[in-house]
Design a protein around this ligand. Sequence first.
Ligand code: FE
Length: 334
Amino acid sequence: MKMPSLGALLAVAVFAFSALASADEVVVYSTREEHLIKPIFDAYTKDTGVKIKLVTDVENSQMQRRLKVEGKDTLADMLLTVDAGNLWEAAREGLLRPVQSKVLSAHIPAHLRDPGNQWFGLSVRARTIFYNTRKVRPAELSTYEDLGSQKWKNRLCLRTSMKIYNQSLVAMMIAEHGEAKAEQIVKSWVANLASAPFPNDTDMLEAIASGQCDVGIANTYYFGRLMKKKPGLPIGIFWPDKNGKGVHVNISGAGITKYAKHEKEAIKLLEWLSSKKAQDMLADVNLEYPANPAVKCDPVVAAWGSFRHNQINVAKAGELQAAAVRLMDRAGYK
Ligand code: FE
């Protein structure tokens, strides 16, 4: 077999490199369901001519492992995922790079982005209290801590502590109250459980509706999705801590990868994702809240009423996640 000449090999290499580095494309690794994201990226391509290659794996751990294994050879320019705990972990693993952007600093409030600028919140989900409207009056509810009081004995339902949403919630509680008090609160919740923890928020909400339990904690968009499907369910939403620190919020968000081949284009895309046009689509499609406070939320979401964000930086969800997992284990929260 005739060996290809050095010139031919070089030509192939140069062609491959230029294909790799074509300036009008951004490669996004995403753990968000594709139907939530693709229409938004299509709008960007339509506006700018920049193509977006979307690679989806809804398992965050798989996606982060892939980025790690690919190392500097990765084609990914941006990582898009849910939960500040996951983004914090990606930054800690050295998978992201800091981005200095006046646009992002102006659009995204400080508590919803990495203090080191490696990731930025793009939509907000509130993890709040839900109740059975036939069995509970909203006036009986007050704070997250209060769900551990005697009056809720055998009436509380929770999702499993294995889910990062609850790990982040408890991490934020450690940041707010200190570890000893947070542990006391989680123990008091466990003592009030009406049933073993549920595998997901939707099952937990259905258990509230069926009367299996009376109160619980879930992300707002699961409530939105469920009520869209079954509008008659007797579930109410409650915003706790009105006079205290406020409601625990978390984010979906994104960062630029450490080895991004299209850094400038990826930053432009990230900035656009924080702009009004994208924020409208990004939040509404999953019934979340825009991270950019200048953007109005979907009317369905607005009807749930307004609440105060707990202002603790969501990075604490990552920093204190390991402590939260150990705490929940000690408290017997399965
Ligand atoms: Fe979710």
